[in-house]
Write a protein that binds this ligand. Structure first.
Ligand code: UGA
Length: 448
């Protein structure tokens, strides 16, 4: 919404939320205090806020005044009831649709921005059509058009992704509504990149795009394990296959498995949908992408234990990186969580350093406070040097650029010998680490 406001100064954009603290944070004069860390976002918000970008808790007023409403609420995986563990929880979408139905005035275009199961627009339309024709105040009768406009930005690169998207996807049935939304994006996105489809294709394309991206990561991680066993190098294999223009070079980086709020959730949702439509083999196919991802995370924890003479009980291990990827403070489904939990289960003592993730977040993710456990325990370190002091091993779990520049000549002497570097992101200067006396494991490297 901030980028729309930035690129369309003639449009008033109001972002509403029921959460007062969150809205207050978005309105904080100190732009470093925005609730989301995203490179470049502070500058965009700084340019537009108060001009044509507003953050408010006045939900009903904003809906009444709007020509277009974007439903951008979260749709987490259900934790109980029918479809628990797979289906998306649509309670907030339904509540938002009901609120729009109640408060809208005149004609309103309702845009599904949240990632949703296919045919959710049916639900939204049913709720809105129950209010169709009602007259609010002295205004015109209510009418609605529903569009699907999924978001393809990735965290960490959100602003460039939005400013120069590969494509914008608009699904709908009402040509006038589609063109109204297309004209918003048309302010800065070339026409040939604005794709128009039917509602269901648009909803399904979002899930499919994420499923394909995640599948590439599971595929390359499966090959990484084979590389380690055979003496091949996954970076060389990825380069060799990625130069085939039909395969392409992106999303072929082996690592500790994918994290983030989307991939697993969206694939599980796809699995649920396939099951719902009786396509059980298709469901099993996509389920395996998620299973391989968990396997990769457990595999890394296991091999750390094996290299450290089969036990990490009481040993200090430095964990560098907790966010699910670099350039974000987001830890949702971060591979570091599962790997740390496995090591805590083995009674290791972890010293965790991440440049952007606060200790309270790590505690929430690990389900225990820093010193709570008698056996396995963790604490947060304020620098890589503090984390590695007296450690038997250091694990790199997020690809922060600063980890590529670590000075192993300085860090290695702080560790207990024999000491290991486990580079799950293939980012560290391994030659320097070896020269400094460390034993080294890198994901997907079978070269002895
Ligand atoms: C992902 C998609 O890339 C976006 O297109 C989509 O809009 C978004 O989900 C969403 O549905 O909201 P995001 O989760 O922010 O974006 O991050 P990605 O860059 O896709 O990375 C996801 C995970 O895969 C990270 O843990 C990352 O480290 C890992 N990854 C990515 C790899 O292990 N290897 C790669 O080659 C690429």
């Amino acid at each position: 919404m901030a980028v729309i406001a930035d690129r369309c100064p003639h449009i008033q954009v109001t972002v509403v939320d029921l959460n007062e603290a969150r809205v207050a944070a978005w309105n904080d004069p100190d732009l470093t205090k925005l609730p989301v860390y995203e490179p470049g976002l502070d500058a965009v918000v700084g340019r537009c806020r108060g001009r044509n970008l507003h953050f408010s808790t006045a939900v009903e007023l904003a809906i009444a005044a709007a020509d277009m409403v974007f439903l951008s609420v979260n749709t987490p995986t259900k934790t109980k009831g029918v479809g628990a563990g797979q289906a998306s929880d649509l309670r907030w979408i339904e509540a938002s649709a009901r609120q729009v139905a109640a408060c809208a005035q005149g004609h309103t275009i309702v845009v599904e921005k949240s990632t949703l199961p296919v045919r959710t627009a049916d639900t939204v339309k049913a709720i809105l059509s129950a209010a169709q024709g009602d007259i609010a105040g002295a205004g015109a009768p209510k009418t609605f058009s529903v569009l699907s406009n999924p978001e393809f930005l990735a965290e960490g690169t959100a602003i460039p992704d939005l400013e120069a998207p590969d494509r914008v996807l608009i699904g709908g049935e009402d040509p006038a509504a589609i063109e109204a939304l297309a004209s918003v994006y048309g302010q800065w996105v070339p026409q040939e990149r604005i794709l128009r489809t039917n509602l269901w294709s648009s909803e399904l394309s979002k899930l499919t795009a994420n499923a394909f991206l995640a599948q590439r990561i599971s595929s390359i991680n499966s090959i990484a394990a084979l590389c380690e066993a055979t003496g091949a190098d996954v970076n060389e294999v990825a380069h060799a296959i990625g130069t085939d223009s039909r395969i392409g070079s992106k999303f072929l980086k082996a690592g500790p498995g994918f994290g983030g709020s989307c991939f697993q959730k969206d694939i599980l949702n796809l699995v649920y949908l396939c099951g719902h439509y009786g396509l059980h083999d298709v469901a099993a196919y996509w389920q395996s992408v998620v299973e391989l991802n968990s396997w990769q995370q457990h595999r890394i924890a296991r091999l750390v234990v094996q290299r450290l003479f089969g036990t990490v009980t009481g040993k200090r291990l430095a964990i560098l990186g907790f966010a699910f990827k670099a350039d974000t403070n987001d830890t949702r489904e971060a591979p570091a969580i599962r790997i740390c939990q496995d090591l805590l289960e083995e009674d290791a003592r972890l010293a965790i350093y991440d440049p952007k993730v606060p200790e309270a977040q790590i505690a929430a993710d690990l389900g225990c406070t820093s010193s709570s456990s008698a056996e396995g325990s963790w604490h947060s370190a304020s620098s890589p040097a503090e984390a590695v002091a007296d450690a038997d091993a250091v694990l790199i779990l997020t690809e922060w650029t600063s980890f590529a520049e670590l000075n192993w000549q300085e860090l290695a002497p702080l560790m207990r010998k024999p000491a290991w570097l486990f580079d799950a992101r293939s980012i560290a200067n391994l030659a320097a680490a070896r020269a400094a006396g460390l034993q080294v494991w890198r994901v997907g490297s079978g070269v002895k």
